[in-house]
Design a protein around this ligand. Structure first.
Ligand code: GDP
Length: 151
């Protein structure tokens, strides 16, 4: 079994989004506390695990990283959401993540645009920096907490 004795739950998570937005680094930051400046593009899918305590429960988070080719990020979100809702599990939790908040001078998406998309689409929203390790853990925690709420 994938679930070891110390874990009460196994949660499966998939990171999707356009190429180079930082999915692999969000995964490596969360799973291994590592950041890579020149990370190689993901070929196919990769995954990692991390055990995380939520309240009195131990959750094994299995996180899948996917390869994306596209490069227009925010504009593509509706397409990603459409695919998720068409092919995804019915009771899934979606967290919209805006990464690279450390790039203050070259911000491409305003916070309020992320917030309003999340509101319209009924998603959780979080801004992160995998590089500076800002909110990465919180984004995953928010997702895990939300899964407990709907379970
Ligand atoms: P992916 O294709 O979505 O998996 O993106 P990667 O994780 O491979 O990251 C693409 C590039 O963006 C790499 O050069 C990373 O070092 C960089 N990167 C990822 N996250 C951040 C971040 O939070 N801040 C900054 N400044 N760069 C980041």
């Amino acid at each position: 079994s994938l679930l070891d004795d110390e874990c009460d739950y196994l949660f499966k998570t998939v990171l999707i989004g356009d190429s180079a937005v930082g999915k692999s680094n969000l995964l490596s930051r969360f799973a291994k506390d590592e950041f890579h400046l020149d990370s190689k593009p993901t070929i196919g899918v990769e995954f990692a695990y991390r055990n995380i305590k939520v309240g009195d429960k131990m959750v094994k988070a299995q996180i899948w990283d996917t390869a994306g080719q596209e490069r227009v990020t925010f504009e593509n979100l509706r397409k990603w959401l459409h695919e998720l809702r068409e092919y995804g599990n019915r009771d899934m939790v979606i967290v919209l993540v805006g990464n690279k908040t450390d790039l203050v001078e070259s911000r491409e998406v305003e916070v309020r645009d992320g917030q309003s998309l999340a509101q319209v689409e009924d998603l959780c929203f979080m801004e992160t920096s995998a590089k500076e390790n800002l909110n990465v853990e919180d984004a995953f925690l928010q997702m895990i907490t939300k899964i407990f709420e709907i379970a």
